[in-house]
Design a protein around this ligand. Structure first.
Ligand code: DOR
Ligand code: ZN
Length: 345
């Protein structure tokens, strides 16, 4: 059987939720990943170091004792985040980044940033301390078409931010457009991006042709195959250290997705590495998977690469229709479909 051995990957963008919901999904990521950057968009959000450490400990307690999985915590940036909060965060070994959600951009982003210049003292301090800023890169203006919101964010906000904070480490999260690929590629090496498995494997036709498929709905929303999905595949498989793995796995209960106002988020933690393998193999670039999945993110964050190895076997298996989730169900990405790579236990 064909096999690929990889250094254990890390997930540089993961939603675990909290409480029972977190307990029902955390082991899937812990099985696949060495570490994961844990998004702070809980309700209420994780806005300070004390909350981040408490959340970190809750995640670690939910894991089996022998697990070596490490959650890397993130603070949620608000208009009120102070310079001192950043100093405290940079001194805590649990905290690794700060996340910028424009207010109203996505799930639990109501406390996000309404006025970017009010965050400048915090950003100044992050630049000084080398703390990465993770960005949900979409504008929220009502008059901007939802398919254009990432490009308009780059043009109106990100370009200026990069000029004003030239050495701030920035990760443009879950990029979805050729515009984002081009922007990040042209920037200095302190600007990087994560790419999700769903944006590599799907485009807006998957969501909208033959009936509306709510389990494909996420933010930023899936874009056109050409040029956007194709540009993401090319970037991820290029071997450029600016692009690395971040699943944005975001579990929601089945009934909250299958609703007249369904929420945004694709759950992919059940088969993250296999889904990426499918995308890389589909592009004829499976040999580029290890850099993207296991090296470039760690290098960007200034953390050691993992030592452990994982094995992917080329064998067909079918993804379940659903998984238990907090007393209810979550429908995974590729539910009921076949994958051709499987992580061996
Ligand atoms: O689709 C998404 N779901 N995008 C986000 O930015 C947030 C996430 C969630 O938390 O459900
Ligand atoms: Zn996310």
């Amino acid at each position: 059987m064909e096999k690929v051995i990889l250094t254990k990957p890390d997930d540089w963008h993961l939603h675990l939720r909290d409480g029972e919901a977190m307990k029902s999904v955390v082991r899937m990521s812990a099985f696949q990943m060495g570490r994961a950057v844990i998004m702070p968009n809980l309700s209420p959000p994780i806005t300070n170091t004390k909350q981040a450490i408490k959340y970190h400990n809750e995640i670690v307690r939910a894991l089996p004792k022998e697990s070596r999985f490490r959650p890397l915590m993130v603070l949620y940036l608000t208009d009120k985040t102070t310079k001192n909060e950043i100093i405290e965060a940079s001194e805590a070994q649990e905290v690794h980044a700060v996340k910028l959600y424009p207010a109203g951009a996505t799930t639990n982003s109501d406390s996000g940033v309404t006025n970017l210049s009010s965050t400048y003292p915090a950003l100044e301090q992050m630049q000084k301390e080398g703390v990465p800023l993770l960005i949900h890169g979409e504008v929220t203006d009502n008059d901007i078409d939802v398919f254009d919101r990432e490009k308009v964010f780059i043009d109106r906000t990100l370009t200026k931010l990069v000029q004003e904070f030239p050495s701030l480490k920035i990760v443009l999260e879950h990029i979805t457009t050729k515009d984002a690929v081009d922007f990040v590629s042209e920037c200095e090496k302190n600007i990087a991006a994560t790419i999700t498995p769903h944006h590599l494997l799907a485009n807006r036709n998957h969501m909208l042709v033959g009936g509306i498929k709510p389990h494909y709905y996420c933010l930023p929303v899936l874009k056109r195959k050409s040029p956007h999905q194709e540009a993401l595949i090319a970037a991820a498989t290029s071997g450029s250290p600016k692009f690395f793995l971040g699943t944005d796995s975001a579990p929601h209960e089945k009934h909250q997705k299958e609703s007249s106002c369904g929420c945004a988020g694709v759950f992919s933690a059940h088969a993250a590495v296999e889904l990426y393998a499918e995308a890389f193999d589909g592009a004829g670039k499976i040999e580029k998977l290890e850099g993207f999945a296991s090296f470039f993110g760690a290098d960007f964050y200034g953390l050691p690469r993992n030592q452990e190895k994982i094995t992917l076997e080329k064998t067909t298996w079918r993804i379940p229709e659903s998984y238990n989730f907090s007393g209810s169900h979550v429908v995974p990405f590729f539910a009921g479909e076949e994958l051709s790579w499987r992580l061996s236990a």
